[in-house]
Design a protein. Structure first.
Length: 328
């Protein structure tokens, strides 16, 4: 019986691995893309990431967020890294991206790679690999990252505003936003679990505390004790203070985010919205239990691979930037 269970478990893992491999190949990506052209590429990225995260573990969350923000605008093409020019305001300067951090990690990895293998490794691949390695450094899950992405040449601030799901989105808007990128309702609730690490700025949720419907009221879907706690931290008009998205566990990658949401203490309206759909609500309830933790971590790995395949440029499309902040 024990051998049968082990065989079944192995078979399931093999099926998942083949699914991920086939999905990546369908997009023109593959595992170990740089095996011949730059054999040390993934090691260099991992070492660079480790060096930064060991000194500043709180960088893991923004680096994960950077990957998400990159992929949701023009696909995973590194466009979020481009600087604005005199004639164009880039994604980096759009309001949703003004709180992004961790560009120095990407730049350091790119500089090291340019010394080892000039003009070979894309910034888009660096973003994807750094996000994975940063999460792994804080004892989060590991997922295979197929590579071969190329860098985009276009970055427009207004596209970030129209493509990134806002913290005030309701469940209908969230589902539509993720569906437009080829992601399912399950992917939505799973990837939302990334909020188990990191912070939220007061400006992203103070409307829920002070003026939810324009009448000086609070959001009735939020736990009143939590509202009182947040009011002590965030005063009206506060643009600098931030709080943990998963209080007490913001540097540990686990499923406790779902416990917080289940208690009506999700920081953003988009967190609270997960209780407004039967599928997402069931997942929140499942992952709130200790037995659901491993399910969430496995699901997160799968959804991150799917997200990393959104709109990728491969082959002769795009370019391999020499510097991640500007086109060649």
């Amino acid at each position: 019986m024990a051998n049968s269970k082990l065989l079944l478990a192995f078979s399931l893992h093999l099926v998942l691995a083949l699914f991920v491999f086939d999905l990546a190949n369908a997009q023109g990506l593959k595992l170990e893309f740089y095996k011949k052209s730059c054999p040390s590429a993934e090691y260099i990225i991992k070492k660079t990431t480790k060096d930064f995260i060991s000194r500043a573990p709180t960088l893991a969350a923004p680096l994960l967020r950077m990957h998400f923000h990159d992929c949701f605008v023009r696909g995973c093409d590194g466009s979020v890294l481009l600087n604005s020019t005199s004639s164009n305001q880039a994604e980096k300067d759009a309001i949703p991206n003004q709180t992004l951090r961790g560009y120095q990690v990407i730049d350091a990895a790119k500089a090291a790679l340019e010394k080892a293998c000039p003009g070979v490794v894309s910034c888009a691949d660096i973003v994807a690999l750094v996000a994975r390695d940063a999460v792994l450094e804080i004892n989060g899950p590991f997922w295979s990252v197929p590579t071969g992405r190329r860098d985009g040449r276009v970055s427009i601030a207004s596209e970030a505003l129209t493509n990134l799901p806002a913290p005030f989105f309701n469940i209908t808007q969230l589902i539509a936003s993720f569906a437009s990128k080829g992601l399912s309702v399950k992917d939505l609730v799973v990837l939302s679990g990334g909020h188990t690490i990191g912070i939220g700025h007061c400006t992203s949720f103070t409307n829920r505390l002070y003026n939810f419907t324009g009448r000086g009221d609070t959001d009735p879907s939020m736990d009143q004790n939590y509202i009182a706690n947040l009011k002590n931290r965030c005063k009206p008009g506060d643009t600098t203070t931030f709080v943990q998205m998963d209080p007490g566990s913001s540097q540990k990658f686990d499923s406790s985010y779902y416990t917080v949401v289940g208690k009506r203490r999700g920081l953003f309206q988009s967190d609270a919205a997960l209780l407004d759909d039967s599928t997402t609500r069931a997942y929140v309830q499942l992952s709130s239990n200790p037995s659901g933790s491993s399910t969430f971590l496995n699901d997160f790995e799968e959804s991150m691979v799917k997200m990393g395949n959104i709109g990728v440029l491969t082959g002769s499309s795009g370019e391999i930037r020499k510097q991640c902040s500007r086109i060649n």
